[in-house]
Design a protein around this ligand. Structure first.
Ligand code: NDP
Length: 334
């Protein structure tokens, strides 16, 4: 089998030195074990954080060990009566990830079969971690009310697309920020956003946000941080809420740049700014999955994916997140 290891901890943007592909052999599965072949891997921005040896909500990857991420795998050989060859499975019961390997052995206790009534990749996107992040971050921290204005950065990505559509379902005016003319057109034409701003071709983001939000901003769902967030700060309404979901603009920074000091704005306008990780909502995942499932089934939420083919493309696909190569969920098909 092939495995992709963390070769070295990157400084700044990861490079080809960050990853190493090696061959390995697997033993045969013993009683209670299942041999699986990952079919789809999720690549996600937080994987960059796990390459760093620092205190976090999740331990760092170990050097010279396989990187791991979410995924859907097919059972190849099972020594657990609950699974049969061909079943599609995901990690479960305290396990969330598959190693970046073309096959691996898992205890049957740490696998669950997925329901084939929805596309398997949806478990990595709209019905999985990104969808739940959109749902809980917006509903629990953002607390949207009909008529309010919601601004979403990283709007054309996995979390952003779902967040925008949930905000529309709640009756809000929704403004997305994304990179490139195609992405902003996709947001308004296909995903029902009221307006969208192309930050890559907009020299004055503060003015652009002001123009797109004539009534100010009540919720800023932040996926990116940095200068885009600085620009939104000037338009916050009294009692605005800011779910701080991600700061992808800063994940490869070797020094964190200083933006405008936000505290005076937060005080003057009684703004709530709260970071979160989706794990905070583990006890409520079923609620989120049920609600997202209904919206997907009734067509109220649509979704798109960027599927990159080939196990060896995992590093490239991961790096592609940092230059916006994806629309919707970035997935690697092995
Ligand atoms: P996306 O599908 O949104 O992919 C990342 C996107 O970020 C890219 O497509 C790109 O879009 C945008 N981007 C990359 N670099 C920059 C930059 N320098 N400035 C502005 N935009 C940039 O990823 P996810 O939906 O999986 O994640 C979105 C955010 O949510 C990330 O910050 C992630 O870390 C966070 N997250 C947080 C979770 C939590 O529990 N708190 C859980 C899941 C995700 P574009 O072309 O528009 O630039």
């Amino acid at each position: 089998i092939q495995q992709i290891l963390l070769n070295d901890r990157p400084k700044g943007m990861p490079s080809s030195d960050t990853f190493k592909t090696v061959s390995a052999e697997l033993p045969a599965p013993v009683e209670g074990e299942v041999l699986v072949k990952p079919v789809y891997f999720s690549v996600d921005p937080y994987l960059r954080g796990r390459m760093q040896d620092e205190k976090s909500y999740i331990p760092p990857f170990k050097i010279q060990e396989p990187i791991e991420s979410g995924g859907v795998a097919a059972v190849v050989e099972s020594k657990d009566t609950r699974f049969r060859e061909g079943d599609l499975v995901m990690p479960s019961n305290g396990k969330n990830f598959f190693p970046w390997a073309t096959a691996c052995i898992f205890s049957g206790d740490h696998l669950r079969k997925i329901d084939s009534s929805i596309p398997p990749t949806y478990y990595l996107g709209v019905m999985g971690m990104p969808g739940l992040t959109a749902y809980f971050g917006l509903m629990d921290i953002g607390k949207p009310k009909a008529g309010e204005t919601v601004v979403i950065s990283g709007a054309a990505g996995a979390v952003g697309l779902v967040t925008g559509q949930i905000a529309k379902i709640q009756g809000c005016r929704v403004v997305g920020i994304a990179g490139g003319a195609e992405k902003v057109q996709m947001l308004t034409d296909e995903f029902n956003f009221d307006a969208a701003i192309d930050y890559k071709n907009n020299p004055d983001m503060t003015a652009a946000i002001g123009a797109a939000c004539p009534n100010g901003v009540d919720i800023y769902y932040d996926n990116v941080g940095g200068e885009i967030s600085d620009a939104v700060m000037y338009h916050l309404n009294p009692f605005a809420r800011i779910p701080v979901c991600g700061q992808i603009a800063l994940y490869n920074s070797t020094e964190i740049p200083m933006g405008p000091r936000v505290q005076p704005t937060l005080i003057k306008f009684s703004v709530l700014m709260q970071g979160f990780t989706i794990g905070n909502y583990a006890a409520r995942y079923q609620e989120g999955i049920k609600q997202l499932g209904e919206w997907v089934k009734t067509g109220k939420i649509k979704f798109t994916e960027t599927i990159v083919e080939g196990f060896d493309q995992l590093p490239t696909a991961l790096l592609g997140l940092f230059s916006g190569k994806n629309s919707g969920k970035m997935i690697v098909k092995v």
